[in-house]
Design a protein around this ligand. Sequence first.
Ligand SMILES: Nc1ncnc2c1ncn2[C@@H]1O[C@H](COP(=O)(O)OP(=O)(O)O)[C@@H](O)[C@H]1O
Ligand SMILES: [Mg+2]
Length: 190
Amino acid sequence: MNAFTILLTGYSGAGKTTIAMELQKEFLRRSMPVELLDGDVIRKNLSFDLDFSRESRFSNAKRTGFLSGLLSRNGINVIVSMIAPYSECRDAIRHQVKNYKEVYVKCPIDICEKRDVKGLYQKVRDGRIEHFTGISDPYEVPICPDVVCKTNKETVVVSVAKILKNLGMQTMIRKEIAYPSLFYTDPEAS
Ligand SMILES: Nc1ncnc2c1ncn2[C@@H]1O[C@H](COP(=O)(O)OP(=O)(O)O)[C@@H](O)[C@H]1O
Ligand SMILES: [Mg+2]
């Protein structure tokens, strides 16, 4: 089977990058190859020529989908964390990979704004950013996501566990948890 491509979609500040990084660790713990394509990193290195218009967001998603296709067909699991606000953006990724999973990282916009992790919401309110998803640009809610993570109601650990369960990876519990005695070292022993 082709490796997974897992898209985490949602508002800025919803928790996509946070969940993606924890999910990446779970793959690594299981010695499964994984690459994280984070929206900010992709924008800086691959899509630096694009703005935040609908067309550019679509192009950005197409490029990311192409890259995901190359990686996943070679057995590398891909985690994409990007806003992907239009269903056509999500479809552009979906159509270029074989084993697509969509995770809706759901959080009310006012909570995202309160978090304001990168100070972007303040800039929007100051009129310094246009086309900001959820404020001055649309977000089309995913119609049939594989997983919904409600990050204002659940912890990161719970969100990651839900995703792992959907991927069929929940049974692969870390040895340290399943057999703690094997990993216990007696501090008195020399
Ligand atoms: N359940 C949760 N899942 C993910 N992030 C959470 C959760 N609860 C609180 N947060 C916080 O919300 C913020 C999300 O920021 P980030 O992951 O950068 O968002 P995004 O990548 O979606 O823009 C972080 O500060 C994170 O600690
Ligand atoms: Mg992010």
